[in-house]
Structure formats: structure tokens, C-alpha cells
Design a protein around this ligand. Structure first.
Ligand code: PMP
Length: 434
């Protein structure tokens, strides 16, 4: 359908002033003026069901987080070079959610900064430069992390110190052989780095491999690769920007799904429910080595307003038993998708941990381009139906579904009925507010 003049004008002005690197989502971009809980509203008051945004994981404009933010903004926004109890209280509280070995924290403002810092820490601790990542990984925007982010495509130079490993999925390896496949890939990467005289600094991976297509199973499939990297003197960095803070339901942190304890863990996105705050959390030895060797000062990271938001987020997660809720809602969504898949052959495979879903679209024997188009058509049909999701994976033919963690049964069922309709190509309708 044709864009209204209001949106067309805004897009022209955006393009002129922001430039080509600012991409808009959806063939018909969405325009939002307000958010509340699971919903985003356009200027005409139409409500869109958000099944995509994992930053406001406790709901858009969460009133408790907002109140904590406003309250702290009215008192002081201190930096980390003054004594301020909230910073220490929160750091203690955050590290208490990790296995005992992980007991140090450094604050950042974004996930990119967290990964950038983690790489510095790992390189210093290991004495190596080489980094092993998955073949469609995305770890952020700084020069150092863009160089370990093959997902950014050929326009970005992958560093000569980086080696990529394929995951069981994109390589077509069945689940049962996933662990052996991953370990073999990691060992080959270590071997190649060493052959060229490059020491191994780290295996860096998103614990749910979200940009690779959401690879959740079987739990523990990374363990052999992790051991191989440790034996080669490298550190394990788990990027929890996507799966962290309870999204996988069974655990607070995605790496726990694999039964491993990393050396460094990077945080971002949902940590402040929308306020920019991130962190590197890690074991004492590498963190202290960095602390005494390098000078780390960050103007905004760890400021008291961000800490107040992050503190409110942890309070809500713990008080409202968000992890249990995620498990319940995740199971309902999974069951609904399985029922749908039994009637809709276009749903090829469903993977999830808690409320993080990857749903492969298109028959296995259909060409990759056809599958990609079908997935994109679906995302855009859902958008017309006022339901927000997106795609991921090497071929972009996997639906990426990540509702805010506070979703209820009604939201899950609404999403399922909308997906059913979009798959069936039946007439679309406007979503009513629950
Ligand atoms: N790591 C992962 C796995 C991410 O998905 C992202 C953001 N999409 C980042 C790091 C970077 O985080 P930020 O955009 O906050 O810098």
C-alpha cells in the first residue's frame, strides 16, 4: 500500500540528513509516537503488538523503571570516580546472579563497548590476538568489534586475527552431532591461528547465536569447543546482550543453558529496559590484570541514573519471578507454533529457549532465495496486521521472535492467530488492544 504523505515526507528528510547507513525496517516503515507494555502506537492511535523488541524486556515505558530514573535524575547523576553507594550495591547485586567464579564488573553504555572492552581484557590476559567467532556473528559497532562481526557483510574488513566457525545449523549438521561439529570447527580455527604464529585470545560467542539464526540445541553443544580454547590459552567471552537477563527462562544467563562458566560476560540491551547501560562481568584474574595495567575511565558508564534503572530492572525480574513466567509463556508459544506447523508446512523448524524463538520459513527443498522472500513477505504481512517481528540467519529466512518478557497468554495467542492468518494469506485485520 502507498505511504501517506506524512511518512513519505519524514523518510525524505531522514534520508537527506541521516544518510544511507540508517535503514528502516519493513517495506512500509512504521511510525510510532508512544509505547506501553507490549504495545506501540502510531500517530493515529493504532496499536501494534511488539513481538520483537528485546530492549524493553519489562515492557515499553515500564512505570517502575521510569520512576526510578526520574527519582535518581532529581537527586544526582554521579560518575564512577566519586564514592556513591548505589553503584556498589548494584554491582554486588548483579554479580550475585552469576556463578561464584564471576565476581567482578566494569560498566559500559552499550553492548558494543562491552565487547570491545572484553576483547581488550582477553588479549591482555592471554597475550594472544586471535579471536574465534561464529560465521554470522554480530558483536557491535566499534572498529575492534566490527572486525569480529562477519554479519556486517563484506563491506567490513574481518581482521586477519579472526577465525570463523560454522554452527550445526547453517552447515546442515543434525542436532546429535552438533557438539562434535562445533568442537572440530573450533579446533581447526585454533590450529590455523597457531600455524600462522597467532596466539588465541578468545572464543567470543552470543550464547544463543541470535544473528546466526538462533541456535539453542542441544544444550551444551559448545562445551568441547570451550575446553579446546582454554587448553590453547584463550579466554571464553559470552555475549549476553541478546539472551541475558532472563530471556531464556530456565536461567538468568544464556551460557547457563550450556553448563559452562565463561571468563568474561558482556551485557547490554535489556539491562536498563531502554536506558543505555551495559557491563563486562568476569572472573577476578583477567579483570584485575586489566585493572592494574590499563587505566579505564568512562564518562557516562556507571552513572547513577543508569544504575537506578538497572537496579529497578533486577528488582522486577526477581520480585515478579520473571524467569518462571518466561518459561510458561515460552512453552505456550512453542506449543502453539508446533500446532501451527502441523497445518502450515511453510514453518520448517522451530528453535527456542524461553522467549527467544527462531522459526525457519519455507520448505527444505525450496531455493534459498525463495525461502528468504517468503520470510520477508511474512514479516511484512504481520506488520500490516500490526504485529512486529523480524528475520535472522545466514539466509535471512528465519523469523526472529522476541516478545517483551511480560507478555501474557492473550498476547501469545494473538501473535499465533496473526501468524496463522499471514501464512494462510487470509484477509488481514487490525489488532485490538487487549
Ligand atoms: N552483541 C550482540 C549479540 C548484539 O545483538 C548487539 C546489538 N544488536 C551488540 C552486541 C551491540 O550492542 P549495542 O548496539 O548496544 O552496541
Amino acid at each position: 500500500s502507498v505511504l501517506p504523505a506524512r511518512e513519505a515526507d519524514l523518510i525524505a528528510r531522514r534520508d537527506a540528513v541521516l544518510g544511507a547507513s540508517y535503514r528502516l525496517q519493513y517495506r512500509k516503515p512504521v511510525h510510532f509516537v508512544r509505547g506501553e507494555g507490549m504495545w506501540l502506537y502510531d500517530p493515529d492511535g493504532r496499536a501494534y503488538l511488539d513481538f520483537y523488541n528485546n530492549v524493553p524486556s519489562l515492557g515499553h515505558c515500564n512505570p517502575e523503571v521510569n520512576a526510578a530514573m526520574a527519582d535518581q535524575a532529581g537527586r544526582i547523576s554521579a560518575n564512577t570516580r566519586y564514592l556513591e553507594p548505589r553503584l556498589v550495591d548494584y554491582a554486588e547485586r548483579l554479580t550475585a546472579t552469576f556463578p561464584a567464579e564471576i565476581d567482578r564488573v566494569v560498566f559500559t553504555c552499550t553492548g558494543s563497548e562491552s565487547n570491545d572492552l572484553a576483547l581488550r581484557i582477553a588479549r591482555l590476559a592471554s597475550g594472544g590476538e586471535g579471536v574465534i567467532v561464529s560465521s554470522y556473528a554480530y558483536h557491535g559497532t566499534s572498529a575492534a568489534v566490527a572486525a569480529v562481526s562477519p554479519n556486517l557483510g563484506e563491506a567490513v574488513q574481518i581482521s586477519p586475527f579472526v577465525r570463523m566457525v560454522t554452527l550445526p545449523g547453517p552447515a546442515g549438521v543434525p542436532g546429535a552431532q552438533a557438539a562434535a561439529h562445533f568442537e572440530a570447527e573450533v579446533r581447526a580455527a585454533i590450529h590455523d591461528l597457531k600455524r600462522r604464529g597467532i596466539g588465541v585470545a578468545a572464543l567470543l560467542f552470543d550464547s544463543i547465536f541470535s544473528s546466526d539464526g538462533v541456535w539453542t540445541h542441544p544444550p551444551g553443544f559448545v562445551a568441547g569447543g570451550v575446553e579446546a580454547v582454554r587448553a590453547a590459552g584463550g579466554l571464553i567471552i559470552c555475549d549476553e546482550v541478546q539472551p541475558g537477563f532472563g530471556r531464556t527462562g530456565a536461567h538468568m544467563w544464556g551460557f547457563q543453558h550450556h553448563g559452562i562458566v565463561p571468563d568474561l560476560v558482556t551485557l547490554g540491551k535489556p539491562m536498563g529496559n531502554g536506558f543505555p547501560i551495559g557491563a563486562v562481568v568476569g572472573r577476578k584474574a583477567p579483570m584485575e590484570r586489566f585493572g592494574v595495567t590499563a587505566r579505564y575511565s568512562n564518562t557516562f558508564a556507571g552513572n547513577t541514573i543508569g544504575i537506578a534503572c538497572a537496579d529497578a530492572v533486577l528488582t522486577i525480574i526477581e520480585r515478579d519471578s520473571i524467569l518462571g513466567h518466561v518459561q510458561t509463556m515460552g512453552a505456550r508459544l512453542r506449543k502453539g507454533l508446533e500446532d501451527l506447523a502441523s497445518r502450515q508446512p511453510a514453518l520448517r523448524a522451530i528453535r527456542n529457549a524461553g522467549l527467544f524463538f527462531g522459526i525457519d520459513i519455507g520448505a527444505p527443498d525450496s531455493p534459498p532465495a525463495a525461502r528468504r522472500k517468503l520470510a520477508l513477505d511474512l514479516v511484512n504481512a504481520l506488520r500490516e496486521d500490526a504485529v512486529l517481528v523480524s528475520t535472522t540467519g545466514a539466509n535471512e529466512d528465519t523469523l526472529k521472535v522476541r516478545p517483551p518478557l511480560i507478555c501474557e497468554v492473550g498476547h501469545v495467542d494473538l501473535f499465533l492467530s496473526s501468524l496463522d492468518r499471514a501464512l494462510g494469506g487470509t484477509p488481514l485485520r487490525i489488532v485490538a488492544e487487549l
